[in-house]
Design a protein. Structure first.
Length: 176
């Protein structure tokens, strides 16, 4: 497993950010979703900092990117609490769990997601401060929801706002 880049942020800054975009729901989603501690640490650091994955770590495979992502207009996902977002379309993400997406800046994409387990889910696209756009929540198993978004440089991740720890993936915006 290769090295993983992380950003050090205080718990307070994360909670303050989440309080502005989801309050208790965001804090509840954060519980238990931080990465493991550093070498030899048994618990939280004394200064109450936690390590969260940096959104800049998104790195869809560069090799073959043009062929695999260039003509993509529709992204299909299936949402399940225990499994996460399962990629269905395009082929490059088929069967992948919480796949990272490579989108062209300024290009319009239709996100189509299916509720795979009957739990309440939505699909939200976030920047570093919170949601940019999101679907309504859907709790009917098999129900499909669509949303059209234009890719902007601010986009960093997509997620289910009630299951963020289990259902989130990175977005990398690329220029043509």
């Amino acid at each position: 497993m290769g090295p993983r880049t992380t950003t050090r942020v205080t718990r307070r800054s994360v909670i303050e950010r989440l309080a502005g975009v989801g309050g208790a729901v965001g804090v509840a989603a954060l519980a238990g979703c931080t990465e493991g501690m550093g070498e030899g640490e048994d618990g939280p650091e004394d200064d109450d900092q936690e390590s969260l994955t940096d959104a800049d770590d998104v790195d869809p495979d560069d090799e073959g990117w043009v062929e695999e992502w260039d003509d993509v207009d529709v992204i299909e996902l299936e949402g399940e609490t225990d499994e996460g977002w399962i990629g269905r379309r395009p082929a490059v993400i088929d069967g992948e769990t919480n796949p990272d997406l490579a989108l062209l800046e300024g290009h319009e994409y239709e996100f189509v997601w299916t509720n795979g387990d009957g739990e309440a889910h939505n699909l939200a696209v976030w920047d570093d401060e919170g949601p940019i756009v999101s679907t309504a929540f859907e709790d009917e198993e098999g129900a499909t929801t669509e949303i059209v978004v234009q890719a902007t440089d601010e986009m960093e991740q997509y997620l289910c706002e009630t299951h963020e720890a289990e259902m989130s993936g990175g977005i990398e915006i690329r220029s043509e």
